[in-house]
Design a protein around this ligand. Structure first.
Ligand code: GLN
Length: 198
């Protein structure tokens, strides 16, 4: 149906429900994706926050790694939050032994980049591609983008310059969780990419 893009949330582990609720609120036809057949039915995919090493292992166990990599190469719009950003990164640091990513996003991401007391925090961020109010961002054992390659671009940074939001063609990634703070603009931007591609 026009105006109701079919999108999926990768539902192997992580905060799947929050993304489904946000996408439904924005008028998308959102469903969980665990299997290749389900991936084949959606026009875009959200990779949720959670534990990237667990999602990686489960994706391989469910035969999803190859289909997701193919979908990324085909230009399927994807939005990764936190663990999802880690999974989209071409390279990571601080992964567990043998941890892999789907890749596609030309960045290096450091896992668990905030230690001790700042493991979880909230802050306001200016996002270069949004007009209006700053984004209220919740960081939970969050990663940081330590290097942005030629194909990707930084769209949001902490006051000290560390990059926490990136975009590259149909891929969008944030180190924080807009779905838990009710910030809808990233999901809207993802849905715009989905509509454009259809
Ligand atoms: N620390 C988690 C990881 O490395 C990410 C945390 C999150 O998604 N909130 O996968």
């Amino acid at each position: 149906m026009p105006g109701h893009p079919r999108v999926g949330v990768l539902a192997l582990q992580g905060d799947v429900r929050e993304h489904l609720a946000m996408l439904a609120r924005l008028g998308a036809d959102a469903s969980t994706v665990r299997r290749p057949e389900e991936l084949a039915r959606v026009d875009g995919l959200v990779l949720p926050g959670g534990e990237s090493s667990a999602i990686d292992k489960l994706a391989r166990a469910f035969g999803m790694q190859h289909p997701i990599r193919t979908a990324i190469a085909d230009g399927l719009p994807m939005y990764g939050t936190c663990a999802g950003l880690i999974l989209l990164a071409d390279r990571i640091t601080g992964g567990i032994e043998g941890q892999e990513t789907f890749g596609g996003l030309d960045v290096v991401v450091a896992r668990n980049a905030f230690g001790g007391q700042t493991e979880s925090f909230e802050t306001e961020l200016d996002i270069t591609v949004f007009d209006g109010d700053p984004v209220h961002a919740a960081f939970i054992r969050a990663p940081i983008v330590v290097s942005v390659g030629e194909r990707a671009r930084a769209i949001g940074s902490l006051p000290d310059g560390r990059v926490v939001a990136v975009e590259q063609d149909n891929l969008l990634g944030t180190a924080f969780h807009p779905e838990v703070s009710g910030e809808a603009r990233f999901h809207e931007r993802f849905l715009a990419k989905v509509r454009e591609r259809r």
